[in-house]
Design a protein around this ligand. Sequence first.
Ligand SMILES: Nc1ncnc2c1ncn2[C@@H]1O[C@H](COP(=O)(O)OP(=O)(O)O)[C@@H](O)[C@H]1O
Ligand SMILES: [Mg+2]
Length: 238
Amino acid sequence: MKKLVMDLPEINDYRMVEGLNQLKTNLAFCGKDIKVITMTSSVPNEGKSSVSLSLSRTLAESGKKILMVDADLRKSVMAARYHIQGIDKGLSHYLTGQAEVEDIIYETEVEGLCITVAGPLTPDPTSILDSEQFEQFIENVRDMFDYVIIDAPPLGVVIDAVIIGKYTDGAVIVIEQGVIKRKIVQDVIKQLKRGEVRILGAVLNKVDERIGAYGNYEYKYSYSYYGESDTEKNHPNT
Ligand SMILES: Nc1ncnc2c1ncn2[C@@H]1O[C@H](COP(=O)(O)OP(=O)(O)O)[C@@H](O)[C@H]1O
Ligand SMILES: [Mg+2]
C-alpha cells in the first residue's frame, strides 16, 4: 500500500482526549455490525473533518484498522490543511472509473490509520456518490478495516450525506455548541430518517468552557446516544 505524508494535528487537550475516548466507547456499544460511519452536520465549519480525523486517529491508536474517507467532494480541505503529500488518486478518481479501490487508500505515519482523499472536484458529486461504484467501494473497505469513518458534507447545504449514509451503517451528527438552532438539527435528523439512515448519535463540538482569567475558549467533544425512537423528542444538546 502506498504511503502519504501529512501533518497530523496533536490531540493533547485532556478534554478532547476524554471526549474522543467516550465517542470510541459509545461506538463500540452500538454493536459489532456498526463499522462504516457517516459524519455529518447542519452547516459547514462545525468540525466534521476535525472530529473525523481525531476519531480515526484515536481508534487507530487503540489498535484498530481504520480508513478515514474524505467524501466532502465539494469542499475538501484535508489535503491543503494537513499538507498532505504523496497522493495521486482520490475518491472522485475512483468514482469516475479512473482508479481502483487499492489506488485510493493510503497509509499514514500512524499505524493502522489509512486515508482516502476526495480528489479533484467533479461536476456532479451527488450523482457519482449515488452509484454502484460507491456501494462497491464501501463493501470492499468494510472487509479491509475495523472502522471506516466517512467525512460527508453538511446536510443543511446538500443532500450528499443522506446518499452516503444509506450505504453505511449509520450517521453521527457533529453539532457546534451554541451556534446551531434546535430546529435546524431536527431538520437534519428528519432528512436522515427519511433516507432511512440510522442515527448513531451526536457530537457536541467546540464547547465553550470559558475558564480562568483570560477568557480562553476551551473545546471538548462530547457524545450522546439517541435511540431510533427518541431522536424526535430529545434535544441533542447534552
Ligand atoms: N473542537 C475544536 N476545537 C477547536 N477548533 C476546532 C474544533 N473543531 C473544529 N475546529 C476548527 O473549526 C474549523 C472548522 O472545522 P472543520 O473540521 O473543517 O469543519 P467542517 O468539516 O464541519 O466544515 C477549523 O478551523 C477547525 O480547526
Ligand atoms: Mg470538512
